[in-house]
Design a protein around this ligand. Structure first.
Ligand code: ADP
Ligand code: MG
Length: 464
């Protein structure tokens, strides 16, 4: 069979067969087993992975091997791109040529599931991450209230707390709980709409532009349940606030459940129109705090089990004892030591943990670059001079470089958004928040962008 008629799934299966012979078994199991061939066109082959971390590992550690295996099967030079696909879209996309939609929790898709279908046959739709379930949510002091409220709402939508607003810093489980509510509602045969506020905004603005606001209204108002992620994105968007307000009222008046997340406290959403914030505080507002040691350990234990790796108690304690900004970082630390142990074929013990942790801490300290270094490195990498970077131009290349600069200034130079806005000649710190979020969102799906960021970081590490 010629490669032209081969489906991406078949090509990838053949490539995996080859890779299996070349890669150590634990590494194969960890990194390659759950991948899929997603699409093949124009000299490019897209491999779907379950999360951004795996995509990153494959790209940095195995790219040449994988590229060679693919070329072998296809018989012509082909570049490989790794793209995050959700679990459900992985299994669905095997037989099709269409790339699955990227993005994990930050995905911006909306879905409406059918009503009144028997519970057992309704799988979570692709936009809900199938791993974000109540089963997989570890409950501790820091999140028990939010968890209980989410459960109550999922058990009894529209009748208990309406709206339910969940608030916390980034990475503490809001999206996880929101998806868990959604999956449970779908299992019960309810119709729902899940959208990030960005998606809601885009859809609303498109509806206005195309004169289809009536359809927009109909669609949203027909939802049995509305799950809206990251409402802080409405700040400063007056027109969309208007659309949101009317949607909200229509749903609320007919007792449809609304669940909203925010990474700002509701009181600080005052910048939202008064009428919206007073509506929100009319329901139940719950917050999630960073997890305490006990909860961190419980989360690590659960994650290790899900990854199917045996990690002894001492190792978990070493990992759990460290300070993390959020649960994503906590998970990342476990992923990293497991990956390291796989790739280096070394036992996952305390010594290895100390070494990996020391590595990253040292690297982190060394890597704290100055504002000027970041701007210089970004400007050099993208070929956009500094005046342009900090000026008014907004063409694609300049805008991308600027957003990468924002992201690295925040992540690596630990600068606040107001300081970043000033450094880059922006009037408003919300531009910076938006820029950073954009980079975060696209990173999952865009291997080229990940490589851009990595190269800039490497330059900075070399400077430091
Ligand atoms: P947020 O939406 O608040 O930024 P997420 O819901 O995206 O945070 O959570 C970040 C990561 O941490 C996800 O992978 C999520 O599954 C995980 N996580 C958060 N809280 C818990 C918990 N209590 N138990 C297990 N995993 C969790
Ligand atoms: Mg979230």
């Amino acid at each position: 069979m010629s490669s032209r008629t081969q489906k991406p799934g078949q090509i990838w299966d053949a490539a995996l067969g080859e890779l299996q012979l070349q890669v150590a078994r634990p590494a194969f199991e960890t990194w390659l087993r759950d991948t899929e061939g997603v699409a093949h066109r124009d000299g490019e082959f897209i491999v779907g992975t379950a999360n951004a971390f795996i995509a990153e590992m494959l790209e940095h550690r195995m790219y040449p091997l994988i590229e060679r295996a693919i070329e072998h099967v296809i018989g012509e030079p082909t570049s490989v791109r790794f793209q995050v696909v959700t679990q459900s879209s992985i299994s669905e996309s095997v037989e099709s040529e269409t790339p699955a939609v990227a993005g994990e929790s930050e995905q911006t898709l909306t879905v409406t599931a059918g009503t009144a279908q028997p519970a057992a046959v309704v799988a979570p739709p692709p936009s809900l991450n199938s791993r974000y379930t109540f089963d997989r949510f570890v409950v501790g002091k820091s999140n028990e209230l939010a968890h209980a409220a989410a459960r109550a709402v999922a058990d009894n939508p529209g009748n208990v707390y309406n709206p339910l607003v969940m608030y916390s810093d980034v990475g503490l489980g809001k999206t996880h709980l929101l998806h868990a509510i959604g999956s449970q509602a779908i299992a019960k045969g309810m119709s729902l709409i899940y959208a990030t506020t960005e998606e809601f905004t885009n859809e609303y603005i498109r509806a206005i532009r195309e004169g289809k606001t009536e359809e927009f209204r109909q669609r949203y108002r027909s939802a049995g349940l509305l799950l809206l992620d990251d409402i802080q994105f409405l700040i400063g968007k007056e027109q969309t606030q208007e659309g949101f307000f009317h949607t909200f009222n229509a749903l609320h008046m007919s007792n449809r459940q609304i669940v909203i997340t925010s990474d700002r406290p509701v009181s600080s959403l005052k910048i939202l129109e008064e009428r919206i914030s007073s509506r929100l505080s009319g329901g139940l507002v719950v917050d999630i705090q960073p997890p305490d040691l006990e909860t961190r350990l419980a989360i690590l234990r659960a994650k290790a089990e899900q990854m199917g790796v045996k990690v002894d108690g001492q190792v978990l304690e070493l990992l759990g004892a460290r300070i993390y900004r959020n649960i994503r970082e906590l998970e990342g630390s476990l992923n990293r030591v497991v990956a390291y142990s796989d790739l280096m074929q070394r036992p996952l013990d305390a010594e290895l943990v100390r070494q990996v942790i020391a590595d990253t801490q040292e690297a982190r300290e060394r890597r704290q670059p100055s504002e000027r270094e970041v701007i210089d490195a970004v400007s050099a990498h993208f070929g956009v001079d500094k005046t342009t970077l900090c000026g008014p131009k907004r063409d694609k290349k300049t805008a991308l470089a600027r957003q990468v600069a924002m992201y690295i200034l925040r992540e690596d130079a630990a600068m606040g958004s107001t300081a970043i806005a000033r450094a880059l000649g922006r009037k408003d710190h919300s531009t910076v928040l938006h820029g950073c979020k954009t980079i975060e969102n696209y990173q999952n799906a865009d291997a080229k962008l990940r490589r851009d960021i990595l190269t800039v970081r490497e330059t900075l590490a070399a400077v430091g």
